[in-house]
Design a binder for this molecule. Sequence first.
Ligand SMILES: [Zn+2]
Length: 180
Amino acid sequence: MFSTLHTNSAPESVTRLLDMGMDPFNFADALLGILAQRLAKRLCDCKESYFPDQAEIRSFMAEYAQDLQHTALWKIDRGGEEQKLFESWMDLYGHDGRLQFYRHVGCDKCNKTGYKGRVGLHELMIADDELKKLIRERARVAELFVSAVGSGMRTLKMDGMEKVMMGLTDMKQVRSVCIK
Ligand SMILES: [Zn+2]
């Protein structure tokens, strides 16, 4: 069965369903995963690329890390984690050893707005053994979140920021759809 409901995040959907009276044991057994989605405005092809300076990269990284800061993952070795994160971004999105961001511009095709169409931001929470155990124990949203991020879940915000580095959208759009 496939179903949709409105919540702020994938982990919150679990507690919402349990609050609605679902049996935690049956639910944990049956659940495969939860996918949260938001639609952000997509940058039109008239966008302009630029190379952010160190300060902008640092604040971008800090914003990305906000979703990780309560997880053990991030606490262990903060400096090392930041370096690793930056290197993985360079591998995926780097242009000649630099990160590239984009500004919206505006042309006739996009009615001078700089945006055309939408792009989906996603947060996929997989119901692995640890998560199923937490669901059976009626764990709080924060615990579900830490477990999911620890197993590699990317939050809506994090996914949106990856899409900023891909040049699909910008931070203004990501922030506006990720407000809780
Ligand atoms: Zn345009």
